[in-house]
Design a protein around this ligand. Structure first.
Ligand SMILES: Cc1cc2nc3c(=O)[nH]c(=O)nc-3n(C[C@H](O)[C@H](O)[C@H](O)COP(=O)(O)OP(=O)(O)OC[C@H]3O[C@@H](n4cnc5c(N)ncnc54)[C@H](O)[C@@H]3O)c2cc1C
Length: 254
C-alpha cells in the first residue's frame, strides 16, 4: 500500500478524493521506456509495458507514432490537494500537534534550543523543519546555507475537449498521463489529468527538462515520514543518502 493509500484509509471520514485512474507514461523509444520499466520492476511496482498498437487500442485519445511506447501504472491516480491537506492537518492534530495558521515566520535562529521568531511570538524547539517551498532559499541564506534553489513559475493550462468526446476524458476512462517524448529531443515534457476540475477541460502542464518540477505533492506523505523520522531520531524507512544536504556542495553553519 502506498503512503497515500494508507492516509486515505486512516482518514475515511474526510472522503479524501484519491482517484485511482492509472497513469500512462508515453516514451518515444525503447531505451527511454526501458528506464521506467527497470525502475518500476526494481521496486515490484505493478505496471504494463504497452507498444504502439496497445496504446492505440486502449487509449485511442492519445496521438502516438509507430515508434512510441508507454508504461501504464494501474495504481496511479489523482488527488485533490485541498482535501489531502485537510487530512494531513486532521491527523497532525489527532496525534497532539498544534497548528498556528496565519502566522508569518520572520526568522529561525539555530541553537539549543533553536528559536523561531514569528509575527505573533517566539518559540523554542529542539528541532526545526523549514518547509517553506519556494521561499525556503530566504531562510537557508539567513542560516548561511547556499542551496542554489531557484523557484520557477509554472502555469497550468487547459485543453478544450472536442465536442462528443467528453465522456472518454473522464477519470475512469482517461488516465493521468506523462508525455516524456520531449526528453530525447531536449525539449519539454508534459503531464496532465482527466477532466476533473472544470467541465469540458483537461488540465496539463509542461515541465522543463532543465528544471524538473511538479512532483512535490505526490511525494509529500513519504517526505513527511522521512523528515519525522529524522527529527525524532528513528531508523529511516528510506535510503536518505541521496538527499544529504552535502549534495548542494554547501558550507552549512548549522
Ligand atoms: C501549477 C502547479 C502544478 C503542480 N502540479 C503538481 C502535480 O500534479 N503533482 C505533484 O506532485 N506536484 C505538483 N506541483 C508541485 C507541488 O505543488 C509542490 O511540489 C508542493 O506543493 C511542495 O510542497 P511544500 O510543502 O514543500 O511547499 P508549498 O506547498 O509551497 O508550501 C510552503 C508553505 O510555506 C508557507 N510559507 C512560506 N514562507 C513562510 C513564512 N515566512 N512564514 C510562514 N509560512 C510561510 C507558504 O505560505 C506555503 O503555504 C505543482 C505545482 C504547481 C505550482
Amino acid at each position: 500500500m502506498t503512503e497515500w493509500q494508507c492516509l486515505t484509509v486512516k482518514c475515511q471520514c474526510l472522503r479524501m478524493r484519491l482517484r485511482n485512474c492509472g497513469v500512462l507514461d508515453i516514451r518515444d523509444c525503447t531505451a527511454s521506456a526501458q528506464k521506467v520499466v527497470s525502475a518500476l520492476s526494481a521496486y515490484d511496482i505493478p505496471h504494463e509495458h504497452l507498444l504502439t498498437r496497445d496504446i492505440r487500442r486502449r487509449f485511442p485519445m492519445f496521438n502516438v507514432s509507430d515508434k512510441d511506447q508507454a508504461i501504464y501504472d494501474p495504481n496511479g491516480g489523482l488527488i485533490r490537494a485541498d482535501t489531502a491537506l485537510a487530512a494531513f492537518q486532521k491527523m497532525f492534530k489527532q496525534f497532539g500537534g498544534t497548528l498556528h495558521d496565519k502566522e508569518l515566520v520572520r526568522s529561525v535562529k539555530p541553537g539549543s534550543p533553536a528559536k523561531v521568531v514569528t509575527s505573533c511570538s517566539i518559540y523554542a524547539a529542539s528541532s526545526v523543519v523549514i518547509a517553506a517551498g519556494p521561499w525556503t532559499g530566504k531562510f537557508a541564506s539567513a542560516l548561511g546555507l547556499s542551496l542554489r534553489l531557484q523557484p520557477i513559475k509554472v502555469i497550468p493550462m487547459y485543453w478544450r475537449i472536442k465536442p462528443g468526446q467528453e465522456e472518454a476524458h473522464q477519470s475512469g476512462k482517461f488516465p493521468c498521463f506523462i508525455d516524456a517524448r520531449g526528453e530525447t529531443k531536449g525539449s519539454f515534457d508534459m503531464y496532465g489529468l482527466p477532466c476533473e476540475e472544470y467541465p469540458g477541460l483537461v488540465k496539463f502542464m509542461s515541465v522543463s527538462l532543465k528544471f524538473p518540477e511538479g512532483h512535490g505533492f505526490k511525494l509529500a506523505p513519504a517526505v513527511g515520514k522521512a523528515v519525522a523520522e529524522l527529527v525524532t531520531g528513528r531508523e529511516p524507512t528510506y535510503n536518505m543518502k541521496p538527499f544529504k544536504i552535502g549534495r548542494f556542495d554547501t558550507l552549512a553553519k548549522l
